[in-house]
Design a protein around this ligand. Structure first.
Ligand SMILES: Cc1cc2nc3c(=O)[nH]c(=O)nc-3n(C[C@H](O)[C@H](O)[C@H](O)COP(=O)(O)OP(=O)(O)OC[C@H]3O[C@@H](n4cnc5c(N)ncnc54)[C@H](O)[C@@H]3O)c2cc1C
Ligand code: FES
Length: 358
């Protein structure tokens, strides 16, 4: 079960005019709790102006580095990102959940793999963690990064990426794509989309020969590139992506309640967490199971409440639920009975859900 611990901020480093990276002091007794796989994220919790704000941020360091660090890009009117960019200081304390997430690749399972990553803006954070780990652990693998930004000044980790290029000359190719600055070739001007992906695949990589694709950035970029790769014959299983936000989290689609739906509290829900059980009744179209359980006083993990981050993942042991949206669970996880509790409503008289299942 993921847990929050209060950690001290060790460093706040300005990465670009609109982003900072934050390193945490992890005391020795908690080191094991914060071991992570490259590609995983931390959920940070802070009371901002009386509101309990929880947001997820991908770890940008590799597990072999000393620091545990995330990077936060400022979002207009964004509550946490504004606080992190404008107010957060060394020595401040934040509640930091232990690492979560399944975005990533199996490292070292084949010595000479081809990786291709498409990242935009803050989407570089999990990608650079995976990239550094691949370069350290797989000396015969090759990593190609296509990284989209507005201009040179907005490239997060620009110097670190340059250093990786220089240190791993034979293994790394990096291509910057800028939407508001010309780089000479029109191929590198604009936004990363399906057409750009197709054009890049004619010059820089052979679509079907790539072992793993990593996509992280705006939703439109991820799905345009994914569609293009699939149209080129790439197996879906080789395309890994992480969504940071979706149209749904920006403007949640309303829940459609069927006309003849009954909404009495006619389902009995049992939540299992840390071996304890909490029981309560719930209507089929009232609160989602996470919110209902929180109202009962259950201390459950969650962050986005929008079906994106996966922090509220749990397994249905008995009965059935329906998810409103799911942007986070892979088909095999759904098949195995995992659900996003922030999106789940009961569809049988009895539902048992466990947060203790891996
Ligand atoms: C698994 C995961 C990993 C993530 N990793 C990172 C990371 O490494 N670095 C990082 O900077 N962010 C990352 N995010 C996004 C992050 O969690 C927040 O959503 C983001 O920082 C905005 O939070 P906020 O409180 O500032 O904005 P909010 O107060 O939540 O939103 C304010 C306004 O901005 C809009 N908005 C929210 N998010 C975005 C966005 N990304 N782009 C444009 N508009 C937006 C909202 O619709 C709203 O109108 C990640 C998200 C997930 C789910
Ligand atoms: S809290 Fe993020 S998916 Fe449920």
């Amino acid at each position: 079960m993921p847990k929050f611990h209060t950690l001290k901020v060790k460093e706040v480093r300005r990465e670009t005019p609109e982003s900072v990276s934050i390193a945490f002091d992890v005391p020795a007794p908690l080191q094991a709790d914060y071991t992570y796989q490259p590609g995983q994220y931390l959920t940070l919790k802070k009371d901002i102006k009386g509101e309990d704000v929880r947001r997820s941020y991908s770890i940008c360091t590799s597990p072999s580095e000393e620091d545990l660090r995330v990077a936060v890009k400022w979002v207009k009117d964004g509550r946490f990102s504004t606080y992190a960019n404008e107010s957060l200081q060394v020595g401040d304390e934040l509640d930091v959940m232990t690492p979560m997430g399944k975005f990533g690749v199996h490292i070292s399972d084949k010595p000479d793999k081809q990786y291709v990553a498409f990242a935009a803006g803050s989407g570089i954070t999990p990608v650079i963690s995976i990239m550094k780990t691949v370069l350290e652990k797989e000396p015969s693998s090759h990593f190609t990064l296509f990284y989209g930004n507005k201009n040179f000044d907005s490239i997060i980790f620009r110097e670190e990426i340059e250093a990786l290029k220089n240190n791993y000359l034979e293994q790394v190719s990096v291509h910057h794509i800028l939407s508001r600055e010309a780089l000479g070739s029109p191929l590198f001007k604009g936004r990363i989309d399906g057409q750009k992906c197709e054009a890049f695949s004619k010059v820089f990589f052979e679509a079907k020969a790539v072992d793993d694709y990593l996509l992280c950035g705006p939703e439109e970029m991820i799905f345009a590139v994914k569609d293009q790769l699939e149209a080129s014959g790439v197996d879906k299983k080789r395309i890994h992506f992480e969504l940071f936000t979706t149209a749904a989290t920006k403007k949640a689609a309303p829940l459609v309640v069927p006309e003849n739906a009954k909404n009495e509290d006619d389902s009995q829900i049992t939540i299992i967490i840390d071996g304890d059980a909490i029981d309560f009744p719930l209507g089929a179209y009232s609160d989602n199971i996470l919110d209902a359980a929180l109202k009962q006083g259950a201390d459950l993990p969650f962050a986005c409440k929008g079906g994106v981050c996966c922090t509220c993942r749990a397994k249905v042991l008995e009965g059935e639920v329906e998810m409103h949206v799911n942007y986070a669970l892979a088909p095999d996880e759904v098949e195995a009975g995992f659900v996003l509790t922030c999106q789940a409503r009961p569809r049988t008289p009895k539902v048992v859900i466990s947060f203790d299942e891996k």
